[in-house]
Design a protein around this ligand. Sequence first.
Ligand code: GLU
Length: 477
Amino acid sequence: MNKIRVRYAPSPTGYLHIGGARSALFNYLFAKHHHGDFILRIEDTDVARNIPGAIESQTNDLKWLGIIPDESMDNPNPECGPYRQMEKLDIYQKYCDYLLEKGYAYECFCSAEDLAKSKEEQLARGISSPRYDRRCLRLSLEEKEELKAKGIKPAIRLKMPHNEILEFDDMVRGKMSFKSDDIGDFVIMKSNGIPTYNFAVVIDDYMMKISHVLRGEEHLSNTPKQLQIYKYLGIEPPVFGHLSIITNEAGKKLSKRDHDIRQFIAEYRKAGYLKEAIFNFLFLLGFSPEGENEIYSKDEAIKIFDVNHLSSAPSMFDNKKLNWMNAHYIKNMSSDDYLKFVKNFVLDEYRIISPDKLDYLLLLFQPEIKAASEVNKLLDEIYHPHPLNDEQLAFLNLDSSKIVLNKFKEKVEKLANFSKENVNALFKEIMNETSLKGKFVYLPVRLKLTGLEHGLEIYNILYALGKEEIYCRISTN
Ligand code: GLU
């Protein structure tokens, strides 16, 4: 069997999206499971939609996830490159000339207006999926020369055969079959000499010796078009597999408008998700392993990856599961690794906290947080007291609360340190001296210090604030 070679082929029209990252991951796992090669190719022929920085950002995010290409723009195999489509226009032209010469493709001089008009006419005649009417196929040589003399540059269309079936065995969906008559003569080369996606992808996959293609379901209808090009060129197509769509919780295809789901890998990095958690989560987005286990390392994922376990049913993006998973990985980090990781997310304003104290607090948060950036909210609860509502103010105005706060102030001054034992003893004393209990003793202090009714254990809050700040907060009205 030939070496397994797969690719991830993003268009630099945006940053690394969850769907793209999942395609990259499955291709990577497939390659690594079979000791094959994973290739990163940049499909940048949609020039108007390319955005600056997208290639670097996509490459970096893949690297961050541990999805490292064996071949790419940075690490090319001279036999298979270039790895960026706009660098090989002359190669596409050569293949296009061949198809023209063989009569498998033809020049089309129609303007966008001509095409729109023909589409309208067909719709008016009740044709529900209008196709190119082939008017340029009937042009004589002279007519074509005349049009060219007028400066009109033709696009090139593939001539679809009549009454043929285009079939393939999809790795995820099984046998797929399309009628050639349902596919119009599509453009393979635009009039500006830039190939369309369906054409360039065939030449690239062939030149890069790609053995298998795993890509999103949205490309399913492109596959028969590509198969016809393979046929005309007399070359063997790769084995195709089309991954299921990713949906939101309502079962709708994930769209950029779903604002409650972060859609880009960069957003997860910024919010403090761990690469291990994202990797694990993406792995289960369309892959169903045997058994109940949901936690997989990269090595385990490589070991068990099997295309037969890819699901053709839509995969729901379960935010709660992702957060659970990230919390799981955070909880399981060693204290040192956790501190190193989480400190990158601490806002500048909290960097004035003494290093020991900051470490202590961050470690307290380790079992609580779902993502590293959440430590700022927890620090905020300590260092920026929350405004009190009327009910809380009324509670603090009770005589009992005033007595407790005065006693607390006196006693805290004498406290050697804020150990759990010392602080508990202090509250016990107040209880004994006042006969007050429970919330009448603890709540005035907690509210006065933080403005919140719940949160960290009180001795931790006292330790975090220190005596000076405690006085200050207890004394203000
Ligand atoms: N550039 C295409 C995309 O971003 C890749 C499609 C393919 O894998 O063939 O969707």
